[in-house]
Design a protein. Structure first.
Length: 546
């Protein structure tokens, strides 16, 4: 049996590793290497003991004792360091949150409402709350500029190493790489480009409305959330790969989109702890499944490159930009094109479909705004020719409804992780030590009565007629803020305006009788999978009679 001296030595080794190694720097990206090292060490120890004359059973028992002693030292030193010596020890928060990010996982399972937990913590502890061993959540509008603004020295946190060593415009921590990519993407979202996309959007909006009419007849409810998902991914496929996935035509989900939707809550669980996410995606079986979607994106992208579309799409502008770019920029783009395509499809399709479901739900719950919206848009349809998106930009109620929907239900309700510079930073008037993760919780900011009067109520007028209800507009960040804000914001707003206006022009709608309270509970408690997962929305559409 292992001697007390040997166990003590391993215990001290575990303590030393925490204080000298694991408490320094970032380790999320290296979780597969750490796991492989530990596994190899345990197997090698068992094999060595076997060679020294132990039976297999005794060698495994001895190895387990050695491993337990080492882990006890490691975990005990973590507890001591994170509660007594850690640079964030003075920030308030749950004791368990200071010890391990598993606390956040526990609070998220099974319904993935961690953003509500964070909101409660801020009500209890104030604007600064320690929600993970290395992360401070800051619920104050001043923090948005300090963390995300153009002059901020904060950079993206280790969460954005998810694709490492590959990267996309969003999932990268390299500031210069992001800047180069952003310039290319900005051309694809320039007003001139949006005008060129309008015909594609109009065609997909028409297909969506035809699907509403076809599926909802004789007072039969349809799951509007599902149909908005079809629209979101169809239009993003149309703009990314030069053709839609065909879901709006067939009324059936594409297999890849359905698979993404099915595993979304699983992703939402593991994404809370990036090191687990990195570790799992490197397991052979899961890595194979992950690569199926990337392979599909690459296949669609390869087909797009062979096409000469009649109407412009993203790659019309990407190709023009990359062909005239420096060689290293062009190579960067080609090496990571699949990841950018994945970003466009998932981020663009998912967020917009969720926002449209929220708008539809809120207008069904408050039908008086359907009537008022029709009164606002109907005069436009009396003009000759088709109503253009340009006509919708200045409509106060339409835009207020959209703003109010994404305020109440931001598609990404959690905080986006950033890392303070080594020298630390003053954020919202308080010094935050260097190399600490910080975040600004969007849902909490949007529902704070200090920044929005009557924050839990749907009041579109706050955005035009009753502006006093918006106490601090800086707290409104549904598309994030600063150089890393959502590049696709102009397109997203365009989609929401066109779909909402077109829907109000053709239909009135209501929640299936008897399902109102169930829908309210579901939408107020949407699962946060980085982007929320829209709940079932049973809507009955009626063709307009006036």
């Amino acid at each position: 049996m292992a001697s007390s001296f040997e166990l003590l030595l391993l215990f001290l080794l575990g303590c030393g590793l925490e204080f000298a190694v694991f408490s320094k720097g970032e380790w999320d990206r290296y979780s597969p290497i750490v796991a492989q090292f530990c596994t190899t060490a345990l197997l090698s120890t068992s094999l060595f003991l076997k060679i020294c004359g132990y039976s297999w059973i005794n060698s495994f028992i001895e190895t387990a004792c050695f491993g337990a002693a080492w882990l006890c030292g490691l975990f005990l030193s973590m507890v001591v360091y994170r509660t007594i010596f850690h640079k964030l020890k003075d920030f308030p928060g749950p004791f368990s949150a200071k010890l391990t990010a598993f606390w956040a996982v526990k609070k998220s399972i099974p319904r993935l409402k961690f953003y509500q937990t964070v909101q409660k913590l801020h009500k209890e502890h104030g604007d600064f709350v320690r929600i993970r061993p290395r992360e401070i959540s800051i619920s104050h509008p001043d923090a948005i500029e300090d963390i995300h603004g153009s002059r901020s020295k904060c950079t993206k946190g280790e969460f954005y190493d998810f694709h490492y060593p590959h990267r996309s415009m969003q999932m990268t921590r390299d500031v210069s790489f992001h800047s180069r990519k952003r310039k290319v993407w900005n051309k694809a979202f320039h007003p001139k480009a949006l005008n060129a996309y309008e015909q594609r959007l109009r065609e997909n909006c028409s297909r969506l409305n035809n699907l509403f009419e076809r599926e909802s007849h004789d007072n039969y409810p349809v799951d509007a959330s599902g149909l908005f998902m079809y629209f979101g991914f169809d239009i993003m496929s149309d703009l990314t790969f030069g053709k839609p996935l065909g879901m709006l035509k067939t009324g059936k989900a594409d297999s890849m989109v359905q698979k993404y939707h099915d595993v979304k809550e699983i992703l939402g669980t593991v994404i809370i702890m990036p090191w687990i996410m990195v570790l799992l995606q490197n397991l052979p079986i899961l890595r194979q499944e992950t690569w199926k979607f990337k392979a599909w994106c690459k296949e669609q992208l390869d087909e797009r490159r062979k096409m000469t579309p009649e109407l412009p799409d993203f790659y019309t502008y990407f190709t023009d930009q990359v062909s005239s770019a420096a060689k290293d920029v062009a190579q960067d783009f080609e090496d990571n094109a699949t990841y950018d395509a994945e970003l466009a499809i998932v981020a663009g399709g998912d967020t917009v479909s969720c926002a449209l479901a929220d708008i539809c739900y809120l207008l069904a719950k408050h039908p008086e705004y359907q009537r008022r919206l029709r009164e606002e848009i109907d005069p436009l349809y009396h003009k000759e020719g088709e109503v253009m998106h340009q006509d919708l930009i200045t409509l106060p109620l339409l835009n207020a409804i959209i703003n109010e929907a994404v305020r109440l239900f931001p598609p990404a309700p959690g905080g986006l992780q950033r890392l303070t510079p080594p020298e630390g930073a003053v954020i919202a008037g308080r010094f935050i030590p260097g190399n600490s993760n910080v975040s600004t919780p969007t849902h909490t900011l949007h529902r704070d009565p200090r920044w929005f009067a009557k924050p839990d109520e749907f009041i579109p007028e706050r955005w035009f007629a009753n502006s006093e209800l918006v106490i601090n507009k800086a707290a409104f960040v549904p598309f994030s803020h600063g150089p890393n804000n959502c590049a696709g914001k102009p397109l997203a707003l365009m989609e929401m305006r066109m779909v909402t206006a077109g829907m109000a022009r053709r239909f009135t709608w209501e929640i299936q009788p008897g399902k109102e309270e169930e829908c309210t509970q579901a939408f107020e408690n949407q699962p946060d999978c980085f982007v929320v997962k829209s709940p079932l929305l049973p809507i009955i559409f009626h063709a307009r009679t006036n």
